[in-house]
Design a protein around this ligand. Structure first.
Ligand SMILES: NC(=O)c1ccc[n+]([C@@H]2O[C@H](COP(=O)([O-])OP(=O)(O)OC[C@H]3O[C@@H](n4cnc5c(N)ncnc54)[C@H](OP(=O)(O)O)[C@@H]3O)[C@@H](O)[C@H]2O)c1
Length: 238
């Protein structure tokens, strides 16, 4: 049986992926801050799920929690970093920006570092992170969110380059959703909003194929191409 950890599995995409992996014969370690939601998820498949409550903004406790969960699982083949936060912040409230950076940059990096080092010793493994189409350009309404997602995209590219140079069987997958119907999808003018079920299905298919970059849903790739091509002068006025 394969072993996976999903960081940020209490709700939304992470929870959807946890259920799909459990149905695909994975033993799954599920994490988040909301213990009650982890318990509720575990009760749906008690033999498949192992829970650990921790806050990824407390980077001193991340490694010990990941190690304890890996020991409980009896190994690790796959880690999915689905934890993330972000809010609309037109008034530039620094507390919102700080929380976003501590979660999406510092916490994310700590998890990714631990996982890469673990997989390097093991000479195999798969790191999957849920970044965002938003990471392709800046945002006037959520500057830290888009900037932290850009960090994740760039960081994952660096890890992929490192894995390739090392000639190990470490795979790095960058999953870039557009809008998915979760608590995270905020703001007006949303379109092509996917259900969690559809998004999770497409992500699991991408994981099976060890895809490097995946837009979710698939047609968001078009938005990605357009976003990257909008000239700066035009983008600044949008
Ligand atoms: N929904 C969208 O439209 C969309 C679009 C693009 C990208 N994404 C990305 O998809 C990922 C999953 O988000 P979602 O849409 O599924 O939203 P969600 O339902 O709010 O899920 C976020 C998950 O992250 C965990 N989390 C947040 N802060 C944490 C912290 N400090 N420590 C530990 N866990 C933390 C939450 O668990 P606890 O609250 O229990 O800690 C929860 O399980 C995020 O990285 C998000 O940026 C979402």
């Amino acid at each position: 049986m394969k072993k996976a950890i999903i960081v940020g599995a209490t709700s939304g995409i992470g929870k959807g992926l946890a259920l799909k992996l459990a149905n695909n014969d994975y033993d799954v370690g599920i994490t988040g801050r909301r213990t009650e939601l982890l318990r509720e998820l575990k009760s749906q498949k008690p033999n498949s799920f192992h829970t650990k409550t921790f806050d990824i903004t407390d980077s001193n406790s991340i490694v010990e929690n990941l190690e304890a969960l890996t020991e409980e699982l009896g190994g690790l083949d796959l880690i999915i970093i689905s934890s993330g936060t972000g809010d609309l912040n037109e008034k530039l409230d620094f507390e919102i920006e700080k929380q976003t950076i501590e979660t999406n940059v510092t916490g994310f990096t700590c998890i990714a570092n631990w996982a890469f080092n673990y997989f390097e010793k093991q000479e195999s493994g798969h790191i999957v992170a849920i970044s965002s189409v938003g990471g392709l350009r800046g945002s006037k309404i959520a500057p830290a969110y888009n900037a932290t997602k850009a960090f994740q995209i760039n960081y994952l590219e660096g890890l992929r380059q490192k894995a390739t140079k090392l000639k190990t069987k470490i795979f790095i997958s960058d999953i870039r959703p557009g809008f998915v119907d979760t608590a995270m999808a905020k703001g007006e003018g949303q379109f092509w909003v996917s259900t969690v079920d559809k998004a999770s299905h497409q992500i699991v298919e991408a994981i099976k194929k060890k895809k490097k970059i995946t837009y979710v849903t698939k047609r968001w790739k078009l938005i990605g191409v357009i976003l990257k091509r909008i000239p700066r002068q035009m983008y600044d006025r949008m």
